[in-house]
Design a protein around this ligand. Sequence first.
Ligand SMILES: [Zn+2]
Length: 280
Amino acid sequence: MSVSPLSMAIGVASSVVVCVIAWRLRALSVSGCAAGVAVGTIIMGMGGVAFAAPLVVFFVTSSAWSRWRRADRGADRGQARDASQVIANGGVAALIVLVAAAMPPEGRPTTRDWFLIYVGALAFANADTWATEVGSKLSRSARLITDWSKVGSGTSGGISLVGTLAALMGSAIVVLSAYAVWPIAATTLQWRMDLAEGLAVTWAGFMGSLADSLLGAAIQAQYGCSKCGRRCEEPEHCGMPARLVRGVRWFGNGAVNFAASIAAAAFAWYLLRAFAWPAY
Ligand SMILES: [Zn+2]
């Protein structure tokens, strides 16, 4: 990785442009915009186009699906992603780039190895968002991944056939973009991703989304409103604190996402070492 004042300046400038557009389109809130600039600057400034391309694919396609899902809900426009959601989805990917940039250039893992693990983390982020957006729009109900009971679509921990297929496609498209960017990122990546690497990373992203559902069903906090009686994922409803119905109090949607993102990166590393790099 070649990190220089110029590359960081390009990172800041391109991230500001992308985030301001996203904010104007209401894909990001003001805090989400600030977090997006931080994540984007690290990834574009340190990783260059190779690392930035799959991030852009994740961000653009996920925002497009969210928009598509919201379209038939009319006035419901308060869905702009805030800082905690940006960190939950892109924080681990940015951390991987920071670690990769700090590593000595000799020996393994190389920048390219880190790149593939990074792609695994982003493939998960995309799989998870696609599954949530497409699954809750096209599926009426879902099954809880733990005890297979019926739940409303969009419930944390619920899975459906449509959502699962969307997760697999969301993961694959990020990996394909990482493959496609090679001609302009050849100096960073040394050689092109092969089929075994592509499959390993796609599968890691998909498995991350299953881990997300598992954590969502098993330990994510769920609250019940004491006024209207509705179930919710935030500790507040109808302007008053809600009571904890199940799960761990501080373990919200963002924490689940962050944990599953680490799981996806670790799983990518494991699959690559076990199946794609026989002579590691
Ligand atoms: Zn309420």
